[in-house]
Every structure is written in C-alpha cells, then in structure tokens.
Design a binder for this molecule. Structure first.
Ligand code: NI
Length: 187
C-alpha cells in the first residue's frame, strides 16, 4: 500500500471524464483502492475519487461518518464503500444546500445545492453489485465523489460563489455554533 499524491484544483486530470473500468475485480483496481484508502485516511478525508490521485478511472471510495448521518432511513452511517463504474439516478428534483469541502480544494468550504434523494449503483472491487438509495449527507457525498469522475469540482455546482470561503475564517465566524463542527469535519 502507498499514500498517493493528491491532485489539487488546477491539475488537468480533475477536469477529465474518467474511463470506465472494464474489469472491476482486476488486481490493479484492488491495489488502487487499497492505496486510495490509505491516502484518504492519512488526510482524514471522508471520500476520494481516483482522479484525485491522478488515476483517471471510474473508482470512488467514501464513508458516511456517524457525525454526519442525519439518522434518516437512507442516511445511516456507512462503513467504507468502494464502488467502480457508479451511476446515479435522481429520485427527486428537490435539492438541499450544505457545506462541502474537497481534498483537491484544501482549506476551503462552500455551500452546495445537491439532489435530496437518489439511487446509485455500481460494482465493488470484489465484483458484488451495489444498489442503494441515499438521502441527506449520504446523498451529498455520493454526488460529490461521483462528480469527480466527470471532471466536476464542487465550486462548479455552487450557485453563489459568495458562499465559498476559507475554513479558518468560516470556523472563526461560526465558533460556538453547531455549524462550527460541520465546517471543521472531514473533507
Ligand atoms: Ni472532492
């Protein structure tokens, strides 16, 4: 296993449409996922997509930490999920706004609208089908990570760039409120 360098905004790999993986169970994908897990843990992230480690393939890992779960039926804490060739099907047109950060946009947070409820499908590196419904933060992290596979970073989803800021400043302003811990949480 290895900790991989993380591509930051400005790197062309983050703007590409990543390639489908012909065989999700290939040994190289297993190695990639193991390295992505080690990299994500080293920087205390909640999710990372392969293009963020300079690999333009449709592979994503994420968790839903208990601190982020709203407790909704489809927003339960999720252990580590690795998913290859994921697809999203929106189950509503309704959106919700919430803070997001990104390992490729370090030190910043922004308010991003996301679809409230969706279904996502893909394959695990063990070859098992993944088919889940997600709401709340679970739906948010899935949309954020899957966007990386289409070359999209969260600021491109923002409708008001005035709500993009440096986490240190945002945290200082929010100190003492519940929002402060959300801002300080993992990317
Ligand atoms: Ni990201």
């Amino acid at each position: 296993m290895a900790i991989l360098p993380i591509a930051r905004m400005g790197q062309p790999v983050l703007r590409l449409r990543a390639e489908e993986v012909p065989d999700p169970t290939a040994p190289e994908i297993e190695t990639l996922v193991a390295d992505m897990i080690e990299t994500m843990r080293a920087v205390n992230g909640a999710g990372i997509a392969a293009p963020q480690v300079f690999v333009s393939k449709r592979v994503v890992i994420f968790t839903v930490p208990p601190s982020r779960s709203t407790g909704d039926e489809f927003d339960q804490p999720q252990g580590l999920t690795a998913i290859v060739n994921p697809v999203i099907e929106p189950l509503t047109e309704e959106t919700d706004v919430g803070w997001e950060g990104c390992l490729s946009v370090p030190g910043m947070r922004g308010i991003v609208p996301r679809i409230k409820k969706l279904r996502y499908r893909g394959v695990s590196p063990e070859g098992e089908a993944i088919d889940r419904i997600a709401t709340g933060w679970h739906a948010r992290v899935v949309q954020h990570e899957f966007d990386h596979l289409d070359g999209i970073l969260y600021p491109q989803r923002m409708t008001d760039l005035g709500l993009l800021g440096f986490v240190e400043e945002l945290e200082a302003v929010a100190r003492g409120t519940p929002e402060a811990s959300i801002l300080a949480a993992e990317d």
